[in-house]
Design a protein around this ligand. Structure first.
Ligand code: MG
Length: 159
């Protein structure tokens, strides 16, 4: 069994959609980025790649590549799950934390868990999503951006 960590952060900007864990969240501002800037899904992708020893999200989906402009990060997560499977890894568990001052995200939690779990072939109980704030400190606390942390565990798939 192996574990990997992932971390990501994106800036909040006017005129962008806010997508977290593949779910569109009602908000005045959204995250800026080359793809849909789904910071939670990006942290999970890095945790999975880390657990399997397969590099990081920037190596597989460079933000200089037009193919990934406005990309649906859930689709990228699906590709990463397939990539791990190709390398003989079975995903067993994901835990994550989103650090966001506003809006409140609790109402979206079950939807995020279900969408993320479906995408990687787990059950919602095996994909935990937690929320915290920056307590008005730092870039999260000032509402400048949102950060996410994730840990994933993988096991060798049976032959
Ligand atoms: Mg990112």
């Amino acid at each position: 069994m192996r574990a990997g960590i992932g971390y990501d952060s994106h800036r909040l900007e006017e005129g962008r959609r806010l997508v977290l864990g593949g779910v569109e969240v009602e908000a005045e501002r959204g995250l800026a980025g080359h793809s849909d800037a789904d910071v939670l899904t990006h942290a999970i992708i890095d945790a999975l790649l880390g657990a399997a020893g397969l590099g990081d999200i920037g190596q597989h989906f460079p933000d200089t590549d037009e193919r990934w402009r406005d990309a649906d990060s859930l689709a990228l997560l699906g590709q990463v799950a397939t990539f791990l499977d190709d390398h003989g890894w079975m995903i067993t568990h994901i835990d994550s934390t989103v650090s966001c001052e506003a809006p409140k995200l609790a109402a979206y939690r079950d939807d995020m868990r279900r969408r993320l779990a479906e995408t990687v072939g787990l059950r919602p109980l095996e994909v935990n999503v937690k929320f915290t704030t920056g307590e008005r400190m730092g870039f999260v606390g000032r509402g400048e951006g949102i950060a996410a942390l994730a840990i994933a565990t993988v096991d060798r798939a049976a032959d």
